[in-house]
Design a protein around this ligand. Structure first.
Ligand code: BG6
Length: 481
């Protein structure tokens, strides 16, 4: 049914999580509150955060906050990593919660309890020969920086992030080779709250602020590359972005051009800066399109960007969308992770309306490779779906296996097309709190976690059918799908 696939030796098969979605223990051992800790549960959680009166406060009387418990990975990481090892993981992508290390973000001295937690986590991975892949910032900056400094709009954040990165790289670079700076840095195009700490009251609606925040993030990210290289010769620091093909809805040149512009703005702008080391020549056009003023670029920034470009591109891939300028009333908006477009009549959607497009992954990989010629790392991919435990206590998630299988085949085809791919770490390898809705019932994992949307459950871990399937995939290096 499927053709045989074998990946390059040393291919990093694994899985991915983020601290705020799995650790829980949100106020334990000196951890400060992060922006993610202020997100209530619910399909409207993003609109709550994007509303004019949102003030980053936690109101337990009004809302339930699922990230506070996560899946209690903080206390169960040994059990979880043992399960990853049983599947044969070669890599585990996780994030460091910035507010565990610097509770408010602007301190000078780090919180040792936070550092020793990650030390243990890293050592646990290494014990099984699992390569840790660390995201330094995954939608979880200390909330103090958003409240008091207006997030990344403020240039001071560069210094705070530099200090934080110096601490974690200084401590762990000898054990960890693969790093990423900002998770899905381009997501601020649609939703700047989590990645830039920009609320409406701090000017999120004005794109001038988003571009200024991006500029500060670009400089901060480049400084991380610089710090990392001084610590270890073979260190690999990547950018991380959402990549989604934004197809023209039809062959009308108007839609073709609209798709080109949208791809530039969403899929390429941030990587153009981070991979090439300078702002693209279409930048003025982009500012005009978003009615934004040029960001303030200080002396020395241009050199910092130029001299410290990333080693690889990490990206998440879940879906694609179509762009229809000419006939938009006839096409329905599509749902997705932090981007906008319309439904594509040729694609099916997940239960959450995300359009499933394996060939789009091959297209994406070829486009990214053709444009940049740096290695790629697929650090998120997967299907959010409801799982049922049957009468035998089993979870037969064939739909998830089918989704992953098709994407692995597409990914292999892209490798055969000539793309240099480092690895594949599907999202939410163990069920965790969904970022967009705060639901537990939107599950991605190979491992089921007994916890519902209201926080009830034993938190027991149960292996799904996909657990055994993925184990075989890894053991045969992709030959057995
Ligand atoms: C990506 C994020 O956008 O998509 C993850 O980096 C997130 O944090 C993932 O969990 C899936 O989205 P969701 O909303 O289904 O959890």
């Amino acid at each position: 049914e499927f053709k045989k696939t074998v990946f390059p030796a040393g291919f990093l098969w694994g899985g991915a999580t983020a601290a705020n979605q799995c650790e829980g223990a949100f106020d334990v051992d000196g951890k400060g509150i992060s922006v993610a800790d202020t997100m209530p549960r619910g399909k409207d959680r993003f609109s709550i955060i994007a509303s004019p009166d949102f003030d980053w406060e936690i109101d337990q009387n009004k809302y339930y906050y699922p990230n506070h418990l996560g899946i209690d990975h903080y206390h169960r990481f040994k059990e979880d990593i043992a399960l990853f090892a049983e599947m044969g993981f070669k890599a585990y992508r996780f994030s460091i919660a910035w507010s565990r290390i610097f509770p408010k973000g602007d301190e000078v001295e780090p919180n040792e309890a936070g550092l020793s937690f990650y030390e243990e986590l890293i050592d646990e991975c290494l014990k099984y020969g699992i390569e840790p892949v660390i995201t330094i910032s995954h939608y979880e900056m200390p909330v103090h920086l958003a409240k008091v400094y207006n997030g990344w709009k403020n240039r001071k954040l560069i210094g705070f992030f530099e200090n934080y990165s110096k601490v974690v790289l200084g401590r762990f670079a000898n054990k960890v080779k693969y790093w990423m700076t900002f998770n899905e840095i381009n997501s601020a195009m649609e939703f700047p709250a989590l990645s830039q700490g920009l609320s409406v009251s701090s000017g999120a609606q004005d794109y001038t602020n988003r571009f200024q925040a991006w500029h500060h993030q670009f400089v901060a990210s480049a400084l991380v590359v610089k710090i990392a290289r001084e610590l270890r010769d073979d260190i690999q620091v990547g950018c991380m972005q959402i990549y989604a093909p934004l197809y023209a809805f039809d062959s009308n040149p108007v839609n073709q051009f609209a798709s080109q512009l949208k791809q530039r703005a969403f899929d390429y702008f941030t990587s153009d800066v981070q991979v090439r080391g300078y702002y693209p020549s279409y930048f003025n056009q982009l500012l005009k399109e978003y009615d934004a003023k040029a960001p303030v670029i200080e002396d020395g920034d241009v050199e910092i960007l130029k001299n410290n470009t990333v080693d690889y591109i990490g990206f998440s891939y879940y879906m694609s969308m179509a762009i229809n300028e000419t006939n938009s009333e006839k096409s329905d908006p599509a749902s997705g992770n932090l981007m906008q477009g319309v439904k594509n009549p040729f694609l099916e959607s997940s239960e959450w309306g995300w359009q499933v497009d394996p060939l789009g992954l091959r297209i994406s990989m070829n486009d990214l490779w053709d444009r940049y010629q740096v290695p790629l790392f697929i650090v998120e991919n997967g299907l959010g779906a409801k799982d049922e435990i049957d009468e035998n206590g089993e979870i037969n998630d064939d739909y998830r296996i089918d989704y992953l299988k098709k994407h692995i085949i597409a990914m292999h085809e892209a490798v055969e097309d000539g793309v240099d791919l480092i690895g594949y770490t599907p999202w939410g390898c163990i069920d965790l709190v969904a970022a967009s809705t705060g639901e537990m019932s939107k599950r991605y994992g190979f491992i089921y976690v007994d916890l519902d949307d209201n926080g009830n459950g034993s938190l027991d871990r149960i292996k799904k059918k996909s657990f055994y399937w993925y184990k075989d995939v890894i053991a045969t290096n992709g030959a057995k799908l």
